[in-house]
Design a protein around this ligand. Structure first.
Ligand SMILES: Nc1ncnc2c1ncn2[C@@H]1O[C@H](COP(=O)(O)OP(=O)(O)O)[C@@H](O)[C@H]1O
Ligand SMILES: CC(C)(COP(=O)(O)O)[C@@H](O)C(=O)NCCC(=O)O
Length: 732
């Protein structure tokens, strides 16, 4: 059989060969060609599949990667996590209605300029959906090891532009090991290959994440991320931006809620919003609670509230209600207008000071009759605002009215240049000259870490929130030395009223036994005033130098901290004689994390492209809030890097031109509809009068140019401390 078959085959072959060699060759050629085509196609297909799978099957063999929903910011004190929850169609309407009830919203009908990265797009596969559901269930479950107080639920925000909700949570960075353990024991890391991460911890904890969890932290610059997050909320969120004023009538009108706006005094986080509890209630401790974390080392356990070297144990109760210890207090020194006499309102933090002698309010901006709290005879034009006599003048808080009214500001129409003062562990000060264009101009090591660190040492408080609640009850004048303490009256020649703080904590240097008079709450308050005052001064002076009228104060130091916000609002207004405004943002501490998420998962076109054109000239000296190739890992299978598009290539260049033109047009338009802001004199006209002498005088030279930006006549005689030199000087 075989032989005949072979023969037959041979016969056929021979026959073919015999009948035509060309035909055999053609067949062979066709077969080979077909084989090659199939091989190439198979290779392409497998390449494609490998590319797709690289999202799904990470380097550690993980089958899904939901890392695109996260943005992590690991700071010196706090770690902040933003996670995104894509809203399914069925829930969209419900979420939007919830949003409405919250009195804040993103802007309706906004056309998104954001493009999703492939890794975020990929999340709708069934496997990813399953992994995501497991994660959301874990994080939101009652009794989850990630306890409710770590989540800032009231900051949750539905974004139409992104098509889902953003959630915010934080924990103290010192518990990072424990958090990694929680992630591991709950197998959350199984579905995360990599995530966008910023802050110093992106470097410091990179190995820990890689080795213990197999998660790659994609490092992103912290100030780039901060700016990206901040610009996003300013641009997209109505109700984000606010300030404090002494008078309800000083809020700006915003669109009605029906138009996607708010009642103009309605804070979606503040106590004005009906039915909303504050996310910063005292029960909301920021730290992972000791119940889920290992026992604190003995030295971290709660100590009795006793100040080192101070005899507090017998005389000072743990928490003292206002007025209950009057008899222990030293008699008020000097000016007796309220010093040492806390009223109930002050105790509740409603007042920042108690001297009624000066009028640094906006009364002058309005007819007297329009301000219900204006006393007769002190209305518009009747009494000129007293210019600052020293940068410390506002320290004592010469408030006639209480700067307690939280009022909304429009975040969208920002006025360039503006400053961003990020008060985290330390302080970074940025000057922003246009969308995505900023530089770090200064900083200070006296920041939130200083306050919280000293409070941990000097009080028995176990959490930041607790210490701020304590400070609310304190009276700084019990520890601070005032001008009145030194002069027995005011220093009139330089308009320093007797209640101005001459020396923070100075009173403790002169009393016989500080332990007898000092209470924890007074110290917590005085320390808060000292740190806040110092940051306010540095910010103000930088604003003068850089001719900025608006200062955005952000960072978690301002969390649960109305005292500092009100103080800053008042002080900036006072020092600038009403020409500058301090502004605050609801998501104050989360911009880094938000920016890390946006940078890894969204490509911004408008700003990024515009920067290519508009910002080209500034590129050398200003940083751009865009990730670069060092801090962003390009996603496999895409030609773009994660984060803002670099806009390269012909198509990108066209887009860039368009966007640049749009931005230029936008910038040339009237920037604010409110006449008080629109017509506010720019700082060119802010001249500090020489007669006031002191530190401020040398800031402006004859021609009106600021001098601190160069190297001349800084009060201590040294050269200007740029942000870089400041750091060097600190080291020395
Ligand atoms: N729950 C909290 N625990 C510790 N510090 C807190 C807390 N809430 C607010 N803070 C304040 O916020 C500061 C950290 O601010 P943040 O902007 O997160 O900076 P960083 O990135 O340096 O950690 C702390 O130094 C402290 O002053
Ligand atoms: C080093 C930092 C940028 C880190 O940021 P943070 O974690 O404090 O938010 C910041 O702490 C800082 O700017 N410190 C002040 C350094 C100086 O200019 O003196």
């Amino acid at each position: 059989m075989t032989a005949s078959a072979v023969q037959a085959g041979g016969g056929v072959g021979s026959g073919r060969r015999g009948t035509g060699g060309g035909s055999w060759q053609t067949t062979l050629f066709v077969l080979l060609a077909a084989g090659a085509v199939v091989a190439v196609a198979a290779r392409t297909r497998s390449k494609k599949r490998r590319r797709t799978m690289s999202y799904v099957l990470g380097p550690d063999g993980k089958h899904v990667d939901i890392g695109a929903i996260f943005g992590l910011d690991v700071g010196g004190t706090l770690s902040k996590l933003v996670y995104f929850e894509q809203t399914r169609k069925s829930r969209k309407v419900e979420r939007m209605q919830q949003q409405k009830r919250r009195n804040y919203t993103d802007k309706p009908f906004q056309k998104s300029t954001l493009k999703r990265s492939a890794s975020l797009e990929n999340l709708s596969t069934p496997r990813h959906t399953k992994a995501l559901d497991a994660f959301y269930a874990f994080i939101q479950a009652e009794g989850s090891p990630v306890r409710a107080e770590l989540r800032d639920d009231n900051l949750t925000f539905f974004s139409r532009v992104l098509g889902g909700e953003l959630h915010f949570m934080r924990f103290e960075t010192r518990y990072m090991d424990r958090v990694v353990e929680i992630v591991k024991s709950n197998r959350l890391h199984h579905s995360i290959n990599s995530m966008g991460c910023t802050g110093g911890g992106a470097y410091k904890f990179s190995d820990l994440f890689q080795e213990r969890l197999g998660i790659v932290l994609r490092k992103m610059d912290e100030l780039d991320c901060l700016m990206r997050g901040l610009e996003f909320v300013l641009q997209h969120v109505v109700g984000e931006c606010y300030t404090y004023k002494p008078d309800k009538s000083l809020s700006l009108p915003l669109p009605s809620p029906g138009a996607g706006g708010l009642d103009n005094r309605m804070s979606w986080r503040g106590s004005h919003a009906p039915g909303l509890s504050s996310p910063h209630s005292s029960s909301c401790s920021g730290a992972i609670s000791p119940t889920q974390l290992p026992e604190a080392p003995p030295h971290e356990k709660a100590k009795p509230r006793r100040l080192p070297g101070l005899n507090l144990s017998a005389s000072a109760p743990l928490t003292v209600a206002a007025g209950s210890t009057e008899e222990r207090r030293p008699p008020p020194y000097g000016d007796d207008r309220g010093l040492g006499l806390s009223t109930a309102a002050e105790v509740a933090g409603e007042s920042l000071c108690n001297d009624n002698s000066e009028v640094p309010t906006r009364e002058r901006d309005q007819p007297a009759s329009s301000s219900p709290s204006s006393p007769p005879g002190r209305g518009y034009g009747q009494e000129p605002r007293r210019p600052p006599t020293s940068t410390g003048a506002a320290n004592a808080g010469n408030l006639k009215q209480e700067w307690k009214y939280k009022v909304q500001r429009s975040g969208e129409h920002v006025i360039y240049p503006y400053l961003v003062v990020n008060i985290g562990s330390g302080v970074s000060i940025l000057k922003v000259e246009g969308p995505g264009r900023y530089e770090r101009i200064s900083g200070s090591s006296l920041g939130g870490g200083t306050y919280w660190g000293l409070c941990r040492l000097l009080t028995g408080c176990k959490s930041f929130d607790e210490v701020l609640d304590l400070a609310e009850m304190g009276d700084a004048t019990m520890v601070d030395m005032t001008v009145g303490d030194i002069y027995g009256r005011g220093y009139d020649k330089f308009h320093l009223s007797s209640s101005v703080i001459a020396s923070s904590f100075g009173k403790l240097a002169t009393c016989h036994d500080p332990g007898e008079v000092i209470r924890e709450e007074d110290m917590a308050r005085a320390l808060l005033m000292m740190i806040t005052g110092n940051i306010g001064q540095v910010a103000y002076l930088n604003a003068v130098i850089h001719r900025a009228t608006h200062i955005y104060f952000v960072g978690n130091f301002l969390r649960h901290n109305k005292i500092s916000c009100r103080r800053l609002a008042y002080a900036i207004d006072y020092w600038s004689a009403g020409k500058m405004e301090a502004l605050f943002l609801e998501h104050e501490g989360y911009f880094g994390a938000l920016g890390a998420f946006l940078n890894s998962s969204y490509v911004e076109d408008l700003h990024a492209h515009a920067q290519e054109s508009v910002g080209a000239s500034q590129a050398k000296r200003s940083h751009r809030a865009t990730p670069n190739k060092d801090n962003i890992v390009a996603e496999p299978g895409t030609s773009e890097s994660c984060g803002m598009s670099n806009g390269k290539g012909g198509k990108g260049a066209n887009k860039a031109d368009h966007a640049a033109a749009r931005l230029q047009h936008h910038e040339s338009m009237p920037i604010h509809s409110d006449p008080r802001i629109r017509d506010a004199p720019r700082l060119e006209s802010l001249r500090l009068e020489k007669s006031y002498g002191g530190f401020l005088e040398p800031v402006v030279d004859e021609s009106g140019d600021p001098l601190l930006g160069t190297d001349q006549r800084v009060s201590d005689g040294r050269t200007n401390r740029s942000s870089q030199s400041a750091a060097v000087a600190t080291e020395v």
